[in-house]
Design a protein around this ligand. Structure first.
Ligand code: C2O
Ligand code: CU
Ligand code: CU
Length: 426
């Protein structure tokens, strides 16, 4: 902590080499190390200060994905951290407990910076969530899993795209927290897994090899209103989920990714299967309390008067026919009013849609009530081939007519190609 009582984090984006199971160490990028970065953690109500030093050898940025904060602190394309410089954003954390993350956002180069390894988790805690009987011993029964697919050329990361592929890089190998072929030793009856799809383009469809049910307890913006039993869960790039899984003493299973339910586009990886993580339960397991039936207040924007409805059509690599222009403001939103954002995927392959600064409520998916996975707050939503979602969005606290936030497809190649727009809150 500094003299003002702020929680201080020092992060250095740097280059290195990492053992990723190849013949030689792989040239990679990371934060305070050679691949990925530390998990940051702060309480609701706390002031934080992050010193971000860039030693990458080229300009970048560091964005706090899912965080509610002023636009100058956001780490988007307008907050360049020049090579050799230090940028020190500060803000008050004020949102429900959630699994957020950070990653670079330099315009046109986000895909390569994230792919090389610059990202990490940012966990928000709050007293209400801390009081719940959910697994919460970090690294023991509360385990973060940053899931990323990679392609290699020998020992190097392969950044080339296959021809005719719209999505950007799809790998044929999965890393979890930067580890190839990972396993997890379980010592408790229940384990919370915090899943981040930290890939560039890959959509995962998480299920267990024995098809066991598990409880979905959290989404992008924090805990769901109540746990939902599922057997599979799709997460598109940038999305997070928290699940709680039961284990029997001595058993072994594998967390896998199955072919997608939402898409048939083979070029988008819809047919691919991966083993993600082997889970090995000890012969004796420490007892875990049952998962509470009520977790958090449900999103409540449905009862608000909608003052503005906006439409966003994702097509090719643009939104409403326009590529991102850093000089153009696409949307001006009024603070503390509720808007409906209707987002349509006009293509026969998947996109997704992410809005900075805010957690939104998914009102409908193709005109129906949202699926269980989208009954909490989201900052990123999957848009399957030709889908349409309606989002209820309400910006609060921070107004600035001059500094925009971003909305964009989080398939990083699309984002870099300009499938992104800018909004200000006034
Ligand atoms: Cu996770 Cu604008 O990004
Ligand atoms: Cu973001
Ligand atoms: Cu896209």
């Amino acid at each position: 902590r500094d003299a003002d009582g702020r929680r201080v984090f020092d992060l250095t984006m740097q280059r290195g080499r990492t053992d990723l199971g190849r013949p030689d160490p792989t040239p990679t990028w990371g934060v305070n190390g050679s691949y990925l970065g530390p998990t940051l953690r702060a309480n609701r109500g706390e002031d934080v200060l992050v010193n971000v030093t860039n030693e990458l050898g080229e300009d970048s940025t560091l964005h706090w994905h899912g965080m509610h904060l002023p636009p100058e602190m956001d780490g988007g394309p307008h907050q360049t951290v020049a090579n050799g410089a230090t940028w020190s954003p500060t803000w008050r954390v004020d949102q429900p407990a959630a699994t957020l993350w950070y990653h670079p956002h330099p315009h046109g180069r986000t895909a390569e910076h994230v792919y090389r390894g610059v990202s990490g988790l940012f966990l928000v805690d709050d007293p209400a969530a801390a009081a719940l009987a959910l697994p919460k011993k970090y690294g023991v029964d509360d385990v973060p899993l940053i899931v990323q697919d990679k392609k290699f050329d020998g020992s190097e990361l392969d950044e080339s795209d296959a021809p005719f592929r719209n999505q950007g890089i799809l790998g044929d190998q999965v890393l979890v927290n930067g580890t190839p072929g990972p396993y997890l030793d379980v010592t408790t009856e229940r384990v919370r897994l915090r899943l981040l799809n930290g890939s560039n383009a890959r959509i995962f469809n998480f299920h267990f090899a024995d098809d066991r049910p598990y409880l979905l307890v959290g989404s992008d913006g924090g805990l769901l209103p109540e746990p939902v039993e599922v057997r599979s869960l799709e997460l598109s790039p940038g999305e997070r989920a928290e699940i709680v899984v039961d284990f029997e003493p001595g058993e072994t299973t594998v967390l896998r990714s199955a072919p997608l339910d939402s898409s048939e586009d083979r070029a988008a990886g819809a047919d691919d299967r991966f083993d993600i993580l082997e889970v090995r339960a000890a012969g004796r397991l420490t007892a875990s309390p049952p998962v509470p039936r009520r977790l958090a207040p449900a999103p409540d924007l449905g009862g608000e008067e909608v003052v503005t409805t906006r439409r966003f059509t994702l097509s090719g690599s643009s939104i409403n026919g326009d590529d991102m222009d850093p000089e153009r403001i696409d949307v001006v939103s009024e603070v503390d009013t509720t808007e409906r954002w209707i987002v349509t995927n006009d293509n026969g392959y998947p996109h997704n849609f992410h809005i900075h600064d805010v957690q939104f409520q998914v009102e409908t998916v193709d005109g129906d009530d949202p699926p269980p996975a989208y009954q909490g707050w989201q900052d990123t939503v999957l848009l399957p081939d030709r889908a349409e979602v309606a989002l209820l969005v309400r910006f609060s606290d921070y107004t600035d007519p001059d500094t925009p936030y971003m909305y964009h497809c989080h398939l990083l190649r699309h984002e870099d190609q300009g499938m992104m727009g800018q909004f200000v809150v006034v």
